[in-house]
Design a protein around this ligand. Structure first.
Ligand code: BMA
Length: 861
C-alpha cells in the first residue's frame, strides 16, 4: 500500500505553496459490465472535483434524477465500471526552490484508485476514509503535466475480498464489510444502492521545506474550572530530514482576541514537539442550553532560522468531557455524560450522510440541518458508523451551536475481518480522524462502531464465523489504543449499544447505552414504557416523507403502500407491514392516500414522543438519541426531516418532547415499568434540563371530548436544574369513569400535554369540526383554526400549500404542528418562507383546508 503520510488538513494560514487541482477534470469510462448502456461504453465528459461519477453524469445530462421512479435500478452499471478522472495543469519548475519537497495531496479518494502523474503510477489506494500524501519531486515537468486517477469498481473489489476472507455476517446482501468505504453507499434500510467512485475531497500539490504534519491540541480543565492546560502536540516534517533546528511557537488568544498564553518547543529527533499553555479562569465552552460556546483561537507556527515554514490557526473550546457510571442499586449502572463536570442529559439525533453523493452536501444545506437539530431542542448528534467521519464544516457548525458530537468509527452492523491489511488501514483511518477531530470542543464521545458487538453477542454470527476474527480486536484493542495514545481527554465506548464487556449481551438494559428496536419491529409504541435503560443511543419509528417529496419521486399512481413506486422507496425490513401494524389500534386500514400519509406520520410522531417522554421522565435514563434526524434519499424512513429538508410531524413532536423544560403525563407506576401491581392512574412529571430552577403551576383537567370538565386541579411542582419532579394525580383526575369518552389535559407554562385513556379506535372521539380562516400577516400566511369540537393533533402541511402561495415546497415552513384544541379554543399556524422573504398570495380556502389535518378529522371506527 502506498500510504506514506496521513494528509493534514490546512486549517487556515499556511506558508506552504499550494497548487489546487480542484475544479474541472475530464471523466472517461474505461471498462465495465456487459449491461452498460450503449451510449456509455466510451463516454467522456467534463467532471467536477470534488465530486463523484454519478453527479458528473447527471451534470452532463447523461443520466437523470435516479431517485425518481425506479431510477436506482438503472444505474448499477456505474458502480460496476472503471472510471478515469484526468486533467492537465501547468507547472513552473523554476518556482520550486531547492530543499523543498513537493507532494501530491488527496484528502479523499472513493475508493480503489490508481493515481498516476505524467504516466508514472504513484499509488494504489484502497480506503475512502483516508487522506493521502505522496512525494512527487522528480515527476513534475516544466510546463504541462497530466494527472490521472483511475477508479476500479468498489463492488468488484468487495466481491474479490469476500472470496479471500470468507463470508462475514451482516443484515444486508451487499458486500460492504469487505472494503473500507462508507457502508451505506452499498444501500441501507433507508437509502439507495448507489455505489460511487470519485475524487470526493480536495486534491492539490504542496511544496514545503518544513511542515506541521499534525497539530493536536488536548485540553484539560481542572475540577474547579479555575485553570486549564492546553497541550499542543505537533508532528513536524522536515524536507532535509533533519528536524534539527525547527521550533514550534504556540499562541492562544481568548474569545476577545487577546493573547493569553504563548509557548515554544523544539522539535525533537522524532520530529515532534509538545508545547503546553496554561489558561487561568478560562471562559468555557458549554453545550447548548447550559452556557455560552466560548472559543479561543490557537495559532501554531513552525519556524527554522527565524523563517516561518508553516502555520495553523484554529478555534478551540475549553471544556472537559467524561462518562460516569454510577451504581444504580435497583437496576444496574447508570451512564452519564459529563461536560465540565456537570451531567448533561442528552437529547440527541442520529445523523446519517445527508446525501448518497456526499460531495453534494453544501455548507448551506449542512447549516440548515444543524439549525433544525438545535431548533428541535437537541444537544447532541451521533455521527453513525455506517457513513463517514464528520467533516470540518459539520464540526465547526456543531462547535458554534453547542451541539455535542458522538463520533462512531466507520463500522456498522457487520463482522469485519482483522487481517493485517485491514488493521493497517483502520489504524491510519483512526489516527487521521482523531488528529483532525481533536480540535473540536463539540466532539465528546468516541465510539468503536454501530451494532457490531451486539451482532456478535446476539445475532447468531457464530455459525458463519467459526473461530475467524470479526472485528472485536478493533473495538477493544486497536481503537482504544489509538485513543489512549492520541486523545486521552475524551471517553471511548467500544460500540453502540454496549453493556460493559464482550461477555455481556451488548444491548443489556442493565448497563450502558441501548438501542430500542423491539418496539418498532414488533410492538405497539406504548411498549416503550416496558423499558428502563440508562441511556438510549437509538430508537425510531418509520414513516413516509412529506407529500411533496414522495410525489416527486413517485410521479404515478396513488401514494399508497401497494404502489410499486412507494414500495421501491421503502427499504425497512417488512416496513410496510410494520407501518400497517402500527396503525391498527388507532386507525382503520386507510384506503385514501392522504389518510395513509397523515396517519402513518402521526403514529410515527406519537410513538417517538411517547418513548422520549417516558424515558426522560425516568430518573435512570440520562439520554435519548432518536434514530434519525436526516435522510439521504426521498424514501420512507425513521427521519424527522426528510431528504428535501421538510420537517415531518415527528420533528414537531420531538421539539416538544425534547424541550429543556418538559411537562408530561405518564402512567403512575412507581414499582417500575414492569410492575403489574403498580397503582393505576397518572402522574404529572416535570423534567428540567435547564440551568435555572423551574416551579411551574400546572392546570390539570379530566374532561370529556365534548368539553365537560369532570375534575380539575391546580398543582405546583418544583424541579431544580437537572432534576425531575413528579406528582401523582388524585384518582378523580387520573382515573377515567368512561375511558372512551374522556381525556386528561395538563397545561403548563403555555404548553399542553394530553393523555387519552384508550386508542383512537376504541374511543368515542367525535369527528372534528372547526372553522378555518387565513390571512396574510407580516410576510406570513396566518391560518386560524377555531375548534367547534375536540380537535386532536392538528397539523398544517406547508408543502401542500406551496403551489397556492407560489413557492417551492422546500422553501416553506410552518411554525408548529400537532396542536390539540378543546371545543371553543382557537390557534394560529404561521406559514413562512425559510429565507424570510414574504408570502404575498392568499390561497383559496379549499387549498388551506386541504393542507390541514387533525387526528379526528374523519373518524371511522
Ligand atoms: C439502527 C441503525 C441502522 C439502521 C436503523 C434502522 O440499528 O444502526 O443500521 O438503519 O437501525 O433499522
Amino acid at each position: 500500500m502506498s500510504v506514506t503520510e496521513p494528509a493534514a488538513r490546512p486549517v487556515a494560514v499556511t506558508a506552504l505553496a499550494t497548487l489546487p487541482l480542484d475544479g474541472e477534470w475530464t471523466l472517461r469510462r474505461v471498462a465495465g459490465p456487459v449491461d452498460t448502456p450503449e451510449w456509455a461504453t466510451d463516454v467522456e465528459l467534463p467532471a467536477t472535483v470534488p465530486g463523484q461519477v454519478h453527479t458528473d453524469l447527471q451534470a452532463a445530462g447523461l443520466i437523470g434524477d435516479l431517485d425518481v421512479g425506479l431510477g436506482e435500478l438503472e444505474q448499477r452499471w456505474i458502480g460496476r465500471s472503471e472510471w478515469e478522472y484526468s486533467r492537465e495543469f501547468q507547472w513552473d519548475a523554476g518556482s520550486s526552490t531547492d530543499g523543498r519537497r513537493i507532494d501530491l495531496v488527496a484528502d479523499g479518494l472513493d475508493t480503489f484508485a490508481r493515481v498516476s502523474l505524467n504516466g508514472t503510477v504513484i499509488a494504489d489506494t484502497t480506503d475512502q476514509h483516508i487522506g493521502y500524501r505522496w512525494p512527487v519531486d522528480g515527476l513534475l515537468e516544466d510546463g504541462t503535466n497530466r494527472i490521472e486517477v483511475r477508479f476500479t469498481s468498489a463492488w468488484d473489489a468487495a466481491l474479490e475480498r469476500e472470496q479471500a476472507v470468507g463470508p462475514l455476517p451482516s443484515p444486508y446482501d451487499a458486500p460492504y464489510p469487505y472494503v473500507r468505504k462508507s457502508a451505506c453507499n452499498f444501500g441501507w434500510d433507508w437509502g439507495p444502492q448507489y455505489v460511487t467512485a470519485g475524487i470526493w475531497k480536495s486534491i492539490r500539490i504542496e511544496q514545503w521545506q518544513g511542515r506541521l504534519a499534525h497539530v493536536r491540541p488536548l485540553v484539560e480543565l481542572d475540577e474547579g474550572h479555575g485553570h486549564a492546560t492546553v497541550r499542543v502536540h505537533a508532528e513536524i516534517e522536515d524536507a532535509f530530514g533533519s528536524g534539527r533546528s525547527a521550533t514550534v511557537h504556540v499562541e492562544l488568544r481568548d474569545p476577545e482576541g487577546r493573547v493569553v498564553a504563548q509557548a515554544e518547543g523544539a522539535a525533537g529527533a522524532a520530529g515532534a514537539a509538545e508545547c503546553k499553555v496554561d489558561v487561568d479562569s478560562p471562559q468555557l465552552w458549554w453545550p447548548v442550553g447550559l452556557g455560552a460556546q466560548h472559543r479561543y483561537s490557537l495559532r501554531v507556527r513552525l519556524e527554522r532560522d527565524g523563517v516561518a515554514l508553516d502555520t495553523r490557526e484554529h478555534s478551540l473550546g475549553i471544556r472537559s468531557v467524561a462518562i460516569e457510571t454510577p451504581r444504580d442499586e435497583r437496576v444496574g449502572d447508570r451512564w452519564h455524560l459529563l461536560v465540565n463536570g456537570q451531567r448533561v442529559r442528552i437529547r440527541g439525533y442520529n445523523w446519517i450522510p445527508d446525501d448518497p453523493f456526499i460531495a453534494e452536501v453544501s455548507p448551506r444545506r449542512l447549516a440548515a440541518r444543524l439549525d433544525q437539530a438545535v431548533a428541535g431542542a437537541a444537544n447532541l448528534l451521533r455521527v453513525w458508523g455506517g457513513g463517514y467521519f464528520a467533516t470540518e464544516e459539520f464540526l465547526d457548525g456543531c462547535d458554534e451551536r453547542g451541539l455535542l458530537v458522538w463520533q462512531d468509527f466507520p463500522f456498522a452492523c457487520a463482522a469485519y475481518d482483522e487481517s493485517d491489511e485491514m488493521r493497517q488501514l483502520i489504524r491510519i483511518e483512526a489516527e487521521q480522524a482523531v488528529e483532525r477531530l481533536a480540535w473540536h470542543p463539540s466532539v465528546a464521545v468516541w465510539c468503536g462502531g454501530n451494532e457490531c458487538t451486539w451482532g456478535r453477542t446476539d445475532w447468531g454470527w457464530g455459525d458463519l464465523l467459526g473461530d475467524r476474527t470479526w472485528g472485536g480486536g478493533y473495538y477493544t484493542g486497536l481503537l482504544p489504543e489509538v485513543i489512549a495514545e492520541l486523545d486521552p481527554t475524551r471517553p471511548y465506548l467500544p460500540n453502540s449499544p454496549w453493556s460493559g464487556s464482550l461477555d455481556v449481551p451488548s444491548n443489556d438494559e442493565r448497563s450502558g447505552p441501548v438501542h430500542l428496536w423491539d418496539v418498532w419491529n414488533d410492538l405497539d409504541y406504548t411498549h416503550y414504557r416496558d423499558h428502563d435503560p440508562a441511556f438510549v443511543s437509538e430508537m425510531g419509528w418509520c414513516a413516509p416523507p412529506a407529500h411533496h417529496t414522495l410525489r416527486r419521486v413517485v410521479p404515478d399512481g396513488a401514494l399508497l403502500p401497494d404502489n410499486p413506486g412507494v414500495v421501491h422507496h421503502m427499504r425497512a425490513a417488512e416496513g410496510m407491514h410494520k407501518l400497517a401494524r402500527g396503525l391498527q389500534p388507532y386507525f382503520p386500514v386507510p384506503d385514501d392516500p392522504d389518510d395513509w400519509l397523515f396517519q402513518t406520520q402521526l403514529v410515527q410522531a406519537r410513538a417517538e414522543a411517547a418513548g422520549t417522554e417516558w424515558l426522560r421522565s425516568r430518573e435512570r435514563c440520562a439520554g435519548v438519541i432518536v434514530w434519525q434526524l436526516n435522510d439521504c434519499w426521498p424514501g420512507l424512513s425513521w427521519s424527522a426531516v426528510d431528504a428535501d429538508g421538510i420537517e415531518k410531524p415527528l420533528y414537531y413532536a420531538l421539539r416538544h418532547s425534547f424541550a429543556e423544560r418538559l411537562a408530561t403525563l405518564q402512567p403512575r407506576n412507581p414499582g417500575g415499568p414492569n410492575d403489574p401491581t403498580g397503582p393505576e392512574g397518572l402522574e404529572l412529571v416535570i423534567v428540567n434540563d435547564g440551568i435555572d430552577g423551574w416551579a411551574p403551576v400546572a392546570r390539570v383537567r379530566r374532561m370529556t371530548f365534548a368539553g365537560e370538565v369532570l375534575a380539575e386541579a391546580t398543582v405546583t411542582l418544583e424541579a431544580a436544574p437537572d432534576t425531575t419532579a413528579r406528582i401523582a394525580l388524585p384518582d378523580e383526575l387520573g382515573l377515567a369513569v368512561d375511558p372512551a369518552a374522556e381525556l386528561v389535559v395538563a397545561d403548563v407554562d403555555g404548553v399542553r400535554s394530553a393523555w387519552r385513556f384508550v386508542p383512537d379506535r376504541a374511543s368515542s372521539v367525535p369527528t372534528a369540526r372547526f372553522a378555518v380562516e387565513s390571512a396574510l400577516d407580516r410576510g406570513a400566511l396566518a391560518i386560524t383554526v377555531r375548534a367547534e369540537t375536540f380537535v386532536g393533533e392538528t397539523c398544517v402541511f406547508a408543502d401542500r400549500l406551496a403551489e397556492a402561495v407560489g413557492a417551492d415546497a422546500r422553501e416553506l415552513i410552518v411554525d408548529r404542528m400537532l396542536v390539540t384544541l378543546l371545543p371553543g379554543e382557537e390557534t394560529v399556524f404561521r406559514l413562512t418562507r425559510r429565507d424570510g422573504t414574504p408570502i404575498d398570495s392568499l390561497p383559496a380556502a379549499a387549498s388551506v383546508r386541504g393542507a390541514l389535518r387533525a387526528a379526528n378529522d374523519r373518524v371511522r371506527g
